[in-house]
Design a binder for this molecule. Structure first.
Ligand SMILES: CC(C)(COP(=O)(O)OP(=O)(O)OC[C@H]1O[C@@H](n2cnc3c(N)ncnc32)[C@H](O)[C@@H]1OP(=O)(O)O)[C@@H](O)C(=O)NCCC(=O)NCCS
Length: 160
């Protein structure tokens, strides 16, 4: 699988909408975002969009893997692509709906920990209710990780 910086991410609107169902919201962050696609035999099967949101602070704005390719390690590899491109010590954030327990497990496996909750994010900023099964997406759970922290942990272990 190849990972390629994508210059025309709107060509992959179907993937972008899989993670974020409201196109005007996508249009707010996409121009400032770096987009990396996961390409298998010429076919784009996943993507991640991330951008800088503060000094030494970055945020994953969109992450999606085509349904047939999910649970094969592509999502984790895309997160790793982002981490590999950020300077050590940077903070990486990601937000997901409070209803998305599967996504929360996924992000924890990628090294994120809970940071804070933005109450009412999905009801305040999206025109139509978003449902996940029978539960409405209301709050956004924001997770965070410090880039290079696993490595620092290992160094600390070896020094002691
Ligand atoms: C969320 C998403 C990007 C995960 O990508 P993926 O390629 O399926 O995930 P991976 O195969 O890399 O999974 C990595 C680990 O997380 C676990 N995981 C992934 N999705 C999971 C889920 N829904 N529930 C529980 N665990 C999950 C995998 O089992 C794997 O665990 P392991 O390392 O112990 O084997 C993908 O499911 C997706 O595109 N979903 C639709 C769009 C979306 O919701 N995007 C996120 C918006 S916040």
């Amino acid at each position: 699988m190849e990972f390629i910086i994508c210059k025309e991410p709107k060509r992959h609107l179907d993937l972008l909408l899989l993670a974020d169902p409201y196109e005007p919201m996508i249009d707010r962050y996409l121009p400032q975002s770096i987009v990396i696609t996961a390409v298998e035999q010429g076919r784009t099967v996943g993507l991640v969009a991330y951008c800088q949101v503060g000094k030494d602070m970055w945020e994953i704005k969109n992450l999606a893997v085509e349904e047939a390719w999910q649970k094969k390690g592509v999502g984790q590899a895309l997160v790793q692509q982002v981490k590999d491109r950020l300077p050590a010590g940077s903070e990486l954030l990601v937000g997901t709906a409070q209803t998305s327990s599967g996504n929360l497990i996924f992000y924890e496996k990628c090294g994120f920990v809970y940071d804070h909750t933005i109450h009412g994010f999905f009801t305040d900023f999206y025109p139509d209710p978003i449902w996940e099964g029978e539960e409405q997406c209301v709050d956004m759970i924001v997770l965070r990780q410090t880039i290079g922290s696993e490595m620092e942990g290992r160094d600390f272990y070896h020094e002691n």
